[in-house]
Design a binder for this molecule. Structure first.
Ligand SMILES: Cc1cc2nc3c(=O)[nH]c(=O)nc-3n(C[C@H](O)[C@H](O)[C@H](O)COP(=O)(O)OP(=O)(O)OC[C@H]3O[C@@H](n4cnc5c(N)ncnc54)[C@H](O)[C@@H]3O)c2cc1C
Length: 391
């Protein structure tokens, strides 16, 4: 049986988030754009985020995918994708509170008290640090070294493009503990408090995100700060990256929906040569192509999320959703800018903002080329068979 319908609960949650976004976040959009035009830090400030999170919490909207025993909602991946799409309808980045990186749930009891629980509570912030100046797509090439000295590990190396690296209270750092084994049993994940002595510098980008470069210069951590097992860090890193890949195109989907709505409204009112541009076939085709791709993307995202919920190996489906989402969202935002003409190019409207932000989707958490590599490899090695992805 194939059922494309949402459950009653999913419909209710979607409606609740849509109302929250329309009532609480969209009214902040003009102010966010104004501040950015004046050179202020992009996005919401910490106080605004806190206020919105508390407001949501009063409606028990807290910890979307955090297990119920940790005070979260414990929602499934499909519902999380639906929520992410609704949040994506505004360009103002917002995440509900009560979340922690999936790999922190591998922490032992003592680490849970120091890292997991305070992160869920919003008292501490984490960052995920694997990328290095010499190792991005080829994450196995990391060189940051952790060497044992008595009961401590001494970390040396540099990480780059680390989201939240300037704000984080602790980093989940991936370092080589056995150079001979490398990623195959020789990489370990460490929980490293900022007080341990690592430094961070912001990296300016064309979009909202300001990732950081992190420097570890003889940073010492006790044995107790190994997350999981010594030598099993690379698997944890892949688990972090793989868990929520479908959420990235899910958010882009929401942005595309909103821009298409804006473009339809604009096309109906903008007159040229005595008629609304909506009457021109050139404009209608841009609208039709975008709607077609939006609907295809929705199905790919929901299918990838559904496979996660079924406990299947969802990597292939997630790669397809991420690749298609990245490519198509960038084509759609380009068309939506075209429909808006000169206005689309200004900073009065959010389209140029989306144009810059969506470009990242083709680069981080696996570039387009790396997704294609995964998809092709699965087929060439027979791990997935053509036409049998729904099996
Ligand atoms: C804003 C931002 C936030 C980020 N946040 C984080 C974070 O929080 N934590 C973290 O660890 N990292 C983070 N990253 C790093 C990100 O994951 C990497 O930038 C990404 O994986 C690509 O690596 P790279 O930049 O080194 O490019 P490279 O790997 O050097 O690739 C350069 C080009 O070569 C292509 N290429 C590489 N290998 C192949 C191949 N085998 N076949 C064909 N083409 C190939 C790539 O697709 C790309 O087009 C972030 C990056 C950005 C920009």
């Amino acid at each position: 049986m194939v059922d494309f319908g949402l459950s009653e609960e999913q419909r209710e949650i979607r409606a609740w988030v849509r109302t929250f976004v329309e009532r609480e976040i969209m009214p902040l959009e003009n102010e966010v754009l104004r501040r950015e035009r004046e050179g202020a830090a992009p996005g919401l400030n910490a106080e605004e985020v806190r206020g919105l999170r508390e407001l949501a919490r009063k409606s028990d909207f807290w910890g979307v995918q955090t297990p119920v025993e940790y005070g979260g909602m414990g929602l499934d991946a499909v519902t999380a994708a639906i929520i992410e799409t609704e949040l994506g309808r505004t360009f103002v980045t917002f995440k509900f509170g009560g979340e922690a990186d999936n790999i922190l749930f591998h922490a032992n009891e003592e680490q849970k008290q120091r890292y997991l629980l305070p992160t869920i509570a919003g008292e501490r912030r984490s960052c995920f640090a694997i990328t290095e100046p010499g190792a991005g797509s080829d994450a196995k090439a990391i060189r940051t070294r952790a060497a044992k000295d008595g009961s401590q590990w001494v970390i040396n190396g540099e990480k780059t493009f680390i989201t939240g690296g300037c704000e984080a209270d602790f980093a989940m750092v991936f370092a080589v503990t056995d150079p001979e084994l490398g990623a195959d049993g020789g990489v370990t994940c460490f929980l490293v408090d900022r007080e341990a002595g690592w430094t961070s510098e912001p990296i300016d980008t064309m979009g909202e995100r300001r990732p950081a470069s992190l420097v570890f210069d003889d940073v010492r951590v006790p044995e107790a700060n190994v997350l999981g097992e010594v030598g099993k860090g690379f698997q944890l890193a892949m688990q972090w990256i793989g868990k929520g890949r479908y959420l990235l195109p899910a958010r882009a989907l929401g942005g595309c929906e909103r821009m298409l709505e804006m473009s339809i409204d604009y096309a109906k009112t903008r007159q040229t040569f005595g008629a609304p541009i909506a009457e021109r076939q050139a404009i209608q085709w841009m609208i039709a192509d975008s709607q077609t791709e939006i609907e295809a993307l929705r199905l790919l995202v929901l299918n990838a999320a559904w496979q996660v919920d079924q406990g299947r190996d969802s990597r292939h489906a997630q790669s397809i959703a991420k690749l298609f989402g990245g490519v198509k969202a960038n084509e759609i935002v380009d068309r939506m800018m075209q429909i808006h003409g000169g206005m689309g190019y200004t900073r009065e409207l959010p389209i140029e903002r989306w144009y810059r932000d969506l470009r990242l989707l083709r680069i981080f958490e696996g570039t387009d080329e790396i997704q294609r590599r995964t998809i092709a490899r699965d087929l060439l090695k027979g791990r997935v068979k053509v036409g049998e992805t729904l099996r």
